[in-house]
Write a protein that binds this ligand. Structure first.
Ligand SMILES: [Zn+2]
Length: 409
């Protein structure tokens, strides 16, 4: 009996020693496009066919394959890292995936509803602000950001450019008479920090319009000391936001609060935006709209042809973009899909906030040089094209943030 007990204990301790823990294999739970996971033969542990999203636990090798596959298909990101919340998900993965499916259904139902005109009456203050966009400022910002060896969240010093960005913002905003606040946001999933500028609203400070893009960059051969200038991906979107903020900060205080974000660690699984969106949700923040700018410099489908992503975005905001385009921008908008987690808007969408992602081209026509040392300002960089995205940012900050419009579902 005693021997049997000891044998049992021995077996139990052996079993314990061999229980695969997440740490021992350095695996991580993620959400990704179901088609991508299947194409790569990565075991899908939970899924929703309608939402086209799968949950998987991936090794570093698998993660790299997803990143390479997403990259080959023109995407910037490609998955969302769930490490921070997988342990204590209320309702589990079925609830999480079911929620994404119900959001998709709501957006599809709205698509079939009558079109509601928005932004069709020209606001002269906004139209005049648009004429103040300075292409040279945008160029200088992209040149500056792409001059860092990399802006990778896993590099030894992941915050050098982040601190510099904060200083730049403080210097730029010093002449503003608006109430503003520049802050660095720390994260638990990465040492890299996000940057936030808040312009507090005059009448409805609790209603928030978010404008964001990721500040980090990556070289697919990460870890090997390869340079990651990330001019298009995503110094370009970062520059659109900076230029829009420069103009807005010299205007009348917006009625709603406007939060500008330069996110950390997007390339490693939407790390910064996922934590921020989750935190806003936990605080019950009333985010009325989220604009995501990620890659705006390469006009792969033609100059002033904007790819508007229809998956994991708000049908209402896509309509708003079309209306604002007629009134203020004059680009051509083509709809496309990019799969779950292609950029930071997915983080906000998953928390139930209306988001939109106007992209530089159709997905298949996007810049082939991203995630490499070749993502530099070159003859293919088109700042006239990129200006359209600064205009979109101004529309969000000066029209939507001064309106009472909100998603009707
Ligand atoms: Zn990007």
């Amino acid at each position: 009996m005693k021997t049997a007990m000891m044998a049992l204990l021995f077996v139990a301790s052996l079993a314990q020693a061999h229980v695969p823990s997440l740490e021992s294999f350095n695996t991580k739970p993620i959400l990704a496009d179901l088609k991508d996971l299947r194409a790569l033969n990565i075991p899908v542990m939970a899924k929703d066919e309608f939402a086209e999203v799968g949950y998987a636990v991936v090794t570093p090798k698998m993660q790299q394959r997803i990143q390479e596959y997403a990259h080959a298909n023109g995407k910037c990101g490609g998955f969302e890292d769930l490490s921070q919340e997988a342990q204590n998900l209320t309702g589990g993965f079925d609830a999480l995936l079911g929620n994404l499916a119900s959001l998709k259904q709501k957006n599809e139902l709205y698509d079939r509803a009558p079109f509601r005109a928005l932004a069709t009456q020209k606001n002269e203050a906004l139209a005049s602000a648009i004429t103040e966009i300075n292409v040279d400022n945008m160029k200088a910002t992209v040149q500056w950001l792409s001059s860092y060896p990399d802006r990778n969240n896993r590099s030894a010093q992941p915050n050098v450019h982040v601190e510099d960005m904060k200083k730049k913002l403080e210097a730029m905003l010093a002449s503003s008479t608006l109430p503003y606040e520049v802050s660095l946001v720390s994260h638990t999933s990465t040492k890299q920090k996000s940057v936030r500028v808040r312009l507090t609203g005059s009448e409805k400070p609790n209603e928030i319009v978010v404008l964001g893009g990721h500040l980090d960059s990556i070289n697919m051969g990460w870890g090997s000391g390869n340079k990651a200038p990330g001019a298009d991906d995503n110094a370009s979107g970062s520059a659109n936001l900076l230029e829009a903020l420069r103009i807005v900060s010299q205007k009348v205080q917006p009625k709603r609060t406007v939060d500008f974000f330069w996110y950390a660690g997007e390339e490693s699984g939407l790390l910064g935006s996922a934590e921020i969106a989750k935190q806003y949700k936990a605080q019950n923040a009333d985010v009325v709209a989220v604009l995501q700018l990620d890659m705006t410099l390469f006009p792969g489908s033609g100059e002033l042809v904007i790819g508007s992503m229809t998956d994991f975005t708000s049908a209402w905001l896509r309509d708003y973009l079309k209306a604002a385009n007629e009134t203020y921008i004059g680009a051509r908008i083509v709809e496309d899909k990019c799969g779950y987690g292609c950029s930071d808007h997915a983080s906000w969408h998953r928390q139930g906030y209306p988001a939109i992602m106007p992209f530089e081209a159709r997905m298949n026509d996007s810049n082939p040089n991203i995630h490499s040392a070749r993502d530099l300002v070159s003859k293919d960089s088109n700042f006239n094209h990129s200006v359209a995205y600064t205009k979109i940012a101004l529309v969000f900050a000066m029209d939507l943030a001064n309106s009472t419009a909100r998603q009707p579902y």
